[in-house]
Design a binder for this molecule. Structure first.
Ligand SMILES: CC(C)(COP(=O)(O)OP(=O)(O)OC[C@H]1O[C@@H](n2cnc3c(N)ncnc32)[C@H](O)[C@@H]1OP(=O)(O)O)[C@@H](O)C(=O)NCCC(=O)NCCS
Length: 200
C-alpha cells in the first residue's frame, strides 16, 4: 500500500470536488482507494471479465493498480469512471463512465456490473445518466462505445440508450464493434437524474 503511485493518489484525493449523479436506483460517485475490496470481488468473477481486457479475472494487485490509475485519471481529466452504488443495498456494484483508451475513438462509455445485478436494467440506467452528464456538463459532441462482437448484452445496452452501430474493426488490438451517439441524437429520459457537488 506504500507505492509512489498510491501516495500520489492519496495526496490528490484531499483536494478534489466532483459531481455525483443520483438516478432512481443508483448513486454514481468518485472511486476511492477504499473501494478496492468490493471492486476486487467483482473483477475476480470470470463471467464479468469475459470480455474485459485479456478476458480473464484479475488479481487484487492488478485491481489495485487499475483503481489507482482510475482515481488519478478522474482527477487529471475531471471525468472518468464513477463507482456505481446500489442505493437500496448501499454497496458498490460496479462502474460506469468515460474512458479514453485510443485517441482516435474519442471518449468511450464503459460499464461493468457485478453478476447478481445483471438483467435488471441497471447498466442502462447508469449509462443514460452518464451520457446526459457527458453531453450536458462535459460538453462532448459525440460519445463512443466499443465492445467485442460476442458481448451481446453490452451491445443491447448501447442500443437501449440510443447509440448507433458504426462499424466493426480493431480496437486496442482486438476485433470489436463500434457504436456512437451525438449530442443531438441523445434523448433525455424522464428518469431521476440529480447532481450533487461532493468532495471525494
Ligand atoms: C454488459 C452489462 C454491463 C449489462 O448490464 P445489465 O445491467 O445486465 O444491462 P441491462 O439490464 O441494462 O440491459 C441488458 C440487456 O441485454 C440483454 N441481454 C443480456 N444478456 C444477453 C445475451 N446473452 N444476448 C442478448 N441479449 C442479452 C438483456 O435482455 C437486456 O436487454 P432488454 O432490456 O432488451 O431485455 C453486464 O452484463 C456486465 O457487467 N458485463 C460484464 C462487463 C462487460 O462486459 N461490460 C461491457 C464492456 S464493453
Amino acid at each position: 500500500m506504500n507505492s509512489p503511485a498510491l501516495h500520489t493518489a492519496r495526496q490528490a484525493e484531499v483536494s478534489i470536488r466532483a459531481d455525483e449523479i443520483e438516478t432512481g436506483r443508483l448513486r454514481l460517485r468518485m472511486f476511492s482507494l477504499n473501494d478496492l475490496p468490493p471492486l476486487s470481488l467483482i473483477t475476480k468473477d470470470p463471467e464479468v471479465m469475459k470480455y474485459i481486457g485479456a478476458g480473464k479475472p484479475i488479481s487484487t494487485e492488478e485491481t489495485r493498480s487499475n483503481l489507482v490509475k482510475l482515481v488519478e485519471t478522474f482527477k487529471r481529466r475531471g471525468f472518468g469512471r464513477w463507482a456505481v452504488i446500489h442505493k437500496t443495498h448501499n454497496r458498490l456494484i460496479g462502474y460506469c463512465g468515460f474512458t479514453v483508451l485510443d485517441e482516435r475513438a474519442g471518449v468511450e462509455l464503459a460499464y461493468l456490473l457485478a453478476r447478481p445485478f445483471w438483467g435488471k436494467g441497471l447498466a442502462t440506467e447508469a449509462a443514460r445518466a452518464c451520457l446526459r452528464y457527458g453531453f450536458d456538463k462535459l460538453h462532448f459532441d459525440t460519445i463512443a462505445a466499443i465492445t467485442r462482437p460476442e458481448n451481446t448484452a453490452s451491445q443491447r445496452v448501447m442500443e437501449k440508450v440510443g447509440m448507433k452501430y458504426l462499424r466493426r474493426g480493431p480496437h486496442c488490438n482486438m476485433e470489436c464493434v463500434h457504436y456512437t451517439i451525438s449530442k443531438e441524437e441523445f434523448e433525455f429520459s424522464r428518469e431521476l437524474y440529480r447532481l450533487r457537488r461532493a468532495f471525494s
